[in-house]
Design a binder for this molecule. Structure first.
Ligand SMILES: Cc1cc2nc3c(=O)[nH]c(=O)nc-3n(C[C@H](O)[C@H](O)[C@H](O)COP(=O)(O)OP(=O)(O)OC[C@H]3O[C@@H](n4cnc5c(N)ncnc54)[C@H](O)[C@@H]3O)c2cc1C
Length: 386
């Protein structure tokens, strides 16, 4: 085994043990109450699992993306949900890649220890949607501060975060050559801004995802909150997208494997008409097909991660891995639902909850159509559709 293979095997064991401490019952209760899984997140944090990607010099484990991906995959495979905390693993990448040395020293060690939660990522807005360069939140420089006005939507975990990576327009659209210019990224200290220009409103959703709307009303932040150069923010946000897609795809692979195991076990146990239902090809084949799809998608996730770690372009592979992984997980969810028949909809089997949770990944963090459009344009050279 290579060093990483051994590390991955150990980390998978660790994750499995944590997940065993937080079984379906725990998640069902949180889901019912739409409550944040604080205890689960604390357990992952204390074991250093969420700081895997932070370099050692800033207090993390300095592991490569593929290992972070295996951690998230294992969380989902063993029945947990990393949606509550995956941002703690990768949102820091914006600071790491584009922040000043002073910002890195100020924030990364605290994030690595878990004392500082960087879980909120404020990009999406209600009117712009996927058309990110069309956002209307503005940050205007005033002496040593920026004054922020506008609104974000779907800012997940904002109520459980100390810091937010925020994208805002700093130069009006009509004063830049390309719409992707004039946008800037800020690291906002929410401990200073909530109730002082920043208002967070939870959105109740079909899944327990702690997502919110965030309003900015003359919110003042120090000019030192700016990450990198003013006006270059869109580039910084895009530079993190491939890693995010690979990590989310890994969660989908974990979900797919969870559904397949659940379906396979039940198909072997449940006897109807005097034989296991899994003996019927109408039950067996959809599970086998989902298995084939999930494992094929997993190879694409591995390939994307390998290219990413080698510093090679991986936009197409990262996008395809998220597309295939989210769809294969959904097919596994369907097969599992059908295998369980009526019991699939009973809360106590966790299938209906996982079914709801896994559907999200065809929409967020990027929807399937936008991935297809990326592949059509960038890989296949067809005309841009928007
Ligand atoms: C639970 C949840 C959590 C989220 N967390 C965060 C977060 O923490 N931070 C954050 O910034 N955002 C977050 N998001 C936002 C998420 O990234 C967006 O919902 C997603 O990118 C889709 O954008 P939209 O919802 O505005 O859809 P829209 O852009 O309005 O699109 C609607 C539909 O139209 C399709 N469409 C749009 N344009 C085209 C086109 N040109 N060609 C073909 N089809 C098109 C899309 O594919 C989609 O299916 C979250 C969303 C959800 C639901």
């Amino acid at each position: 085994m290579t060093d990483h293979a051994e590390t991955i095997a150990q980390l998978r064991d660790t994750v499995q043990r944590v997940c065993e401490d937080y079984p379906g019952e725990y998640w069902r209760e949180k889901d019912r109450e739409r409550a944040y899984p604080t205890e689960f997140v604390r357990a992952l944090t204390e074991l250093g699992l969420l700081s895997a990607l932070i370099p050692e010099e800033y207090g993390g484990s300095g592991l490569p993306l593929s290992v972070g991906a295996e951690i998230l995959k294992a969380i989902h495979e063993f029945g947990g949900n990393a949606g509550a905390c995956h941002a703690q693993m990768y949102t820091m990448g914006t600071v790491l890649r584009h922040g000043s040395e002073a910002q890195k020293k100020q924030y990364l060690p605290g994030i690595a220890r878990g004392d500082l939660r960087l879980q909120a990522f404020g990009v999406t807005e209600p009117t712009a949607g996927t058309d990110t360069t069309n956002i209307s939140t503005v940050a205007v420089r005033k002496g040593d501060t920026y004054v922020v006005n506008g609104q974000k939507v779907w800012t997940s975990r904002a109520e459980h975060s100390d810091l937010m990576v925020l994208l805002a327009r700093t130069t009006p659209k009509d004063q830049v050559k390309k719409r992707s210019e004039g946008l800037s990224v800020f690291l906002v200290d929410m401990r200073e801004t909530v109730g002082r220009g920043m208002t967070i409103k939870p959105i109740r959703t079909m899944i327990n995802h702690s997502t919110t709307e965030v309003f900015f009303d003359n919110m003042e932040i120090p000019a030192s909150s700016l990450i990198g150069e003013e006006g270059q923010g869109m580039k910084y946000i895009l530079s993190g997208m491939n890693a995010e897609r690979i990590l989310i795809a890994s969660e989908c692979i974990g979900d797919g494997r969870w559904f397949i195991k659940k379906a396979r076990d039940y198909a072997c146990e449940r006897k109807v008409f005097g034989r296991p239902i899994g003996q019927n090809q109408g039950i067996q084949f959809p599970i086998a097909r989902a298995y084939a799809e999930v494992e094929a998608a997993n190879l694409m996730v591995d390939k994307a991660a390998e290219l990413y770690e080698a510093g090679k372009p991986c936009g197409t592979e990262a996008n395809i891995s998220k597309l295939l992984a989210s769809e294969s997980a959904w097919h596994a969810a369907e097969a599992c639902m059908q295998t369980f028949g009526g019991f699939a909809v009973a809360e106590e089997y966790d299938i209906e909850r996982k079914f709801r949770e896994c559907r999200l990944y065809q929409i967020a963090p990027i929807s399937t159509n936008l991935i297809l459009s990326y592949v059509g344009e960038h890989q296949l050279g067809m005309p841009r559709s928007y």
